[in-house]
Each structure stands twice: as structure tokens, then as C-alpha cells.
Design a protein around this ligand. Sequence first.
Ligand SMILES: NC(=O)c1ccc[n+]([C@@H]2O[C@H](COP(=O)([O-])OP(=O)(O)OC[C@H]3O[C@@H](n4cnc5c(N)ncnc54)[C@H](OP(=O)(O)O)[C@@H]3O)[C@@H](O)[C@H]2O)c1
Length: 301
Amino acid sequence: MFGKKKTKPQIDKDQLELIENAQKRIKQKKRLYIHFIIFLIGAVFLIIANTALGIGKDITFFGKEWFLFAILIWLFLLIYHIFSVFIIHKFMGKNWEKAQLDKLINKQQERINKLKQGLIKEEALVAQSEVYKKTITNNANLTIIVAAAENNAIGKGNQLIWHLSDDLKRFKALTNGHYIIMGRKTFESFPKPLPNRTHVVITRQKNYNAPNGVIIVNNLEDAIDAAKTDSQPFIIGGGEIYKQAMTLADKIELTRVHHSFEADTFFPEIDDAIWKETENIFHKKDKNHDYEFSFITYERK
Ligand SMILES: NC(=O)c1ccc[n+]([C@@H]2O[C@H](COP(=O)([O-])OP(=O)(O)OC[C@H]3O[C@@H](n4cnc5c(N)ncnc54)[C@H](OP(=O)(O)O)[C@@H]3O)[C@@H](O)[C@H]2O)c1
């Protein structure tokens, strides 16, 4: 039990490979050496065969005896052999291949690691924004309501660009009795507050004056918080507020006006990867409506 331990010779994989490579190199050099000796003997033999034994005495190329060309061709092969042993196998042999392969594997591994890190970060961000959204929206059915042209134009000079009475009727019907959240500029574009709706106005101004009943807040999160008792608060614009609310809203009630307009305020692009269309109702152009439009509902996927 306490006898001497037998020590096994420890040769790892790399050492074994080095030994195998060294053996191969020795073999290659041996073969080259033998080739060189055979070449010397062969060349002497060819010279004797032609000059002393008279073999092919009459055969000449370009006025020179044939053995000279035979020796030259053989010499060329020998030089190629030397080149292959000392240059090609030295730089492009197994070791070189292995080094290239290792480099490639390392690069791929680096890429995989970077992708993994990116994915983890992205997952964390998604999780964070989900938690954030749940916290501040209190799971409400936060809805963006907007009328946007084909080029996403929504306003110019702090005014709407079109008058579509059926769109206004729909806006009134949908938002009636609910909280409507808006930026200070949109609020100021109304002649007076809209009846039967609770206005929440977002401004950075600390002492903003507004009529009684209008709730003033200093950021979008506080606006959503102010509307938390409502089962469906609406974000009604304008451009700045839509942009900030896109990541928080659950639904978009879009009136897509089928025309392009010059504007100074635009709605953000609706990303198909995030939003799915659940309803689409087309409205024709008629004497009360200068443009065709569609009522499109999007829900977060
Ligand atoms: N087509 C439609 O459906 C539709 C709907 C609504 C509006 N619109 C149009 O949109 C245009 C107005 O949009 P807009 O982008 O110019 O202005 P807006 O979004 O209505 O209001 C911008 C203002 O909101 C406040 N604000 C924005 N982000 C804030 C934040 N994070 N914290 C605190 N306050 C913040 C700032 O007010 P202070 O400067 O006071 O700090 C800012 O100047 C108008 O032309 C209007 O007619 C169109």
C-alpha cells in the first residue's frame, strides 16, 4: 500500500505532435538527400552513357547532346524538391496549417462571445423595459391615437393639416370619458379643453398655467401615473410625445390619410416586428372628406 508509485512517462498531445512533426521532417530531408545522391550518380551515368558508351550519340537538341537536357530537367526536379522541403513545408506545412486554423477558431470564438454578450445585454434591456412598462403603466391599456399621412406627417405650424370630420367623430367616440395625455404644444393648439375628457398636459415648465381640471405634469411617466385609474388612457400627441410613448403603449389607433403632405411634425415609423395590425377599415373620399383614409388598429405583438 505504501509501495513506490510507478511513474508513467507523461507525454501530452502537443509534445506527441511535435515529435511526429520532427520525425516527418527528418524523413523529408533524408529523401531529399537520397534524391541528391541519385541525381549525382544518374548525371554521371548519363554523361558516360552518351560520351563513353555512345548511347544516342546522334541525338541532339539545338545543337547540344541530349544528356545535357536530361540532366537539366532532372536538376529542375531536384531544385523543386529542395524548394518543397525547405520552403513549402517549412511555412505551409502542418504547423502552419494548425496555426492558421487556431487563428480562425480564435476569431470565431471571439465573435461568438461578442454575440453572446450582445444577446445577454439585449435580453436584460427587454426585461428591464418590460418591468419598467408594467410599473409605470400599471398594466393599463395605454393607447396612442393619431392621424398620420402616408409620409407620417401629422402637423404643421402647430395645427393639423387636414379636416376629416369622420376622423374627428371617431376620435371623440374613442376618447370620450377617458384621460387624454398630450404635450404642451398640442394642448395649446386647441381653442379650449375638449369636453368630457380629463386632460393631462406634459411640460417642462414649473409654473405652467392651465384652466381648472387640467392636470399638469413634468414628464410622460407622471402623466401615465396620473391616468392610472383609467382602464384606457389615450396618448393624443403630438410628435414629441408620440415618440416617447411608442415603447410604452399597448395599442395604436391610427387614421392613415392616403396622401403625402408637407409638415414639420411627424409620427414615428410603426415597426412590423413590434406591432400587428388587428383591424383596417377603409374610408372613401367624399364631399366632406378631401382624402381617402383608413382606420387601422395595431396591437403590440
Ligand atoms: N395628426 C395628429 O393626430 C396630431 C395629434 C396631436 C398633435 N398633432 C400635431 O403635432 C404638432 C405638435 O407636436 P409637437 O411635437 O410639436 O409638440 P407636442 O409633442 O405636442 O409638445 C411638445 C412639448 O411637450 C413638452 N414635453 C415633451 N417631452 C417632454 C418631457 N419628456 N418632459 C416634459 N415635457 C415634455 C414640452 O413642453 P414645454 O416646451 O412647455 O416644456 C415640449 O415643448 C402640432 O402640429 C399638432 O397639430 C397632430
